[in-house]
Write a protein that binds this ligand. Structure first.
Ligand code: NDP
Length: 250
C-alpha cells in the first residue's frame, strides 16, 4: 500500500528549470517513479540534451517563466498533447549576491520576475489543466524563511519569501479542486547556482553553519519533491518543507 502510493505511473509532469541542477534531479526522480516528464527551460540545446539523456519518457519544451503568454501556451500545449497534467515542479530560479545598497532596480526586478512571478504564473497556468489528485511543488528556499545577512541576498530572500506565501495561498485556493500545493525549501545545495560567481570562503561559511557540515546534493531535494508529488503526501498542502541539513534548526 505505501509503495503504491509513491508510484507515478501514467502521470504527466512538467519541471521548469529542469535542464540542470535541482530541476534535473527532480526530472530523474519523477521519471524513476514512473511519470512522463516535460523539461521546460530556457536554453534549447542544454534542455534537449538533458531530455535525450533519458531512455525515453522525457521531452523538452522551451519556456521562459517570465513570459506570461508563453507560460500559458506551454501548459495548454502539454495538456493537449498528453491529455492530462498531474504534476508541476517549479525549479527555474536565479540568484543575486549584491549588497542592498548596490543592487540595481533592474537586478531586483529580474530576481523577482523569475523566482516569484514566474513561479506563481506557472502554478496558475498549470492549475487550469489539472484535475483532482494533481500536485504542485515549488522549489522555494531556506532563504525564504530566514535572512542570510553575510551573503547579501535581500532580493533573493524576498523572492523566495513571496514563493512560500504564494504556495500557502494557492494551497487554500485550490483545495476544493483537489490540487495540492507545497514547497520544498532547500538549504545550500551544490549546483551551478551556488558555484557561479561565489567566493570559496562563502562555501566554507555555509558548511560551518550547517549542522550536517556539508552541502546537500540535488538528489536529496528531488526525493522529497517526488514524495510531495505523489499520493503518499495526500494530507500535505500549504507546507513549506525544509531540506537544509539542520541549518535553520539552530
Ligand atoms: P541552476 O542554476 O543549476 O538551475 C536553474 C535552472 O533554472 C537553469 O536550468 C536555468 O536555465 C533555469 N532558468 C533560469 N531562469 C529561467 C527562466 N526565466 N525561465 C526558465 N528557466 C529558467 O540552479 P539550482 O538547480 O541550484 O536551483 C534550482 C532552484 O532551487 C532555484 O529556484 C533556486 O533558487 C532553488 N534553490 C537552490 C539552492 C541551492 O543551494 N542550489 C538552495 C535553495 C533553493 P539556464 O540553464 O538557461 O540558465
Amino acid at each position: 500500500m505505501y509503495r503504491e502510493r509513491l508510484e507515478l505511473d501514467g502521470r504527466v509532469a512538467v519541471v521548469t528549470g529542469g535542464s540542470r541542477g535541482i530541476g534535473l534531479a527532480c526530472v530523474t526522480a519523477l521519471r524513476e517513479f514512473g511519470a512522463t516528464v516535460v523539461i521546460a527551460d530556457l536554453l534549447d540545446d542544454v534542455g534537449r540534451a538533458a531530455a535525450e539523456s533519458f531512455d525515453g519518457g522525457v521531452e523538452y519544451v522551451h519556456l521562459d517563466v517570465t513570459d506570461a503568454a508563453g507560460v500559458a501556451d506551454v501548459f495548454a500545449d502539454v495538456a493537449a498533447r498528453h491529455g492530462r497534467l498531474d504534476i508541476l515542479v517549479t525549479s527555474a530560479g536565479i540568484a543575486n549576491h549584491q549588497p542592498s545598497s548596490e543592487i540595481t532596480r533592474e537586478a531586483w526586478d529580474a530576481v523577482l520576475a523569475v523566482n516569484a512571478t514566474g513561479t506563481f504564473w506557472c502554478a496558475r497556468e498549470a492549475a487550469r489543466h489539472m484535475t483532482r489528485g494533481a500536485s504542485i511543488v515549488a522549489i522555494g528556499s531556506m532563504s525564504g524563511e530566514l535572512a542570510n545577512a553575510p551573503q547579501r541576498q535581500a532580493a533573493y530572500n524576498a523572492s523566495k519569501g513571496a514563493v512560500h506565501l504564494a504556495v500557502k495561498s494557492l494551497a487554500v485556493e485550490y483545495v476544493d479542486a483537489g490540487i495540492r500545493v507545497n514547497a520544498v525549501a532547500p538549504g545550500y545545495i551544490g549546483t551551478d547556482l551556488t558555484k557561479d560567481g561565489v567566493p570559496g570562503e562563502w562555501w566554507d561559511d555555509w558548511i560551518r553553519r550547517t549542522p550536517m557540515q556539508r552541502l546537500g546534493a540535488p538528489e536529496e531535494v528531488a526525493s522529497l519533491v517526488a514524495f510531495l508529488a505523489s499520493d503518499a503526501a495526500s494530507y500535505l498542502t500549504g507546507s513549506i518543507v525544509l531540506a537544509d541539513g539542520g541549518y535553520s534548526a539552530w
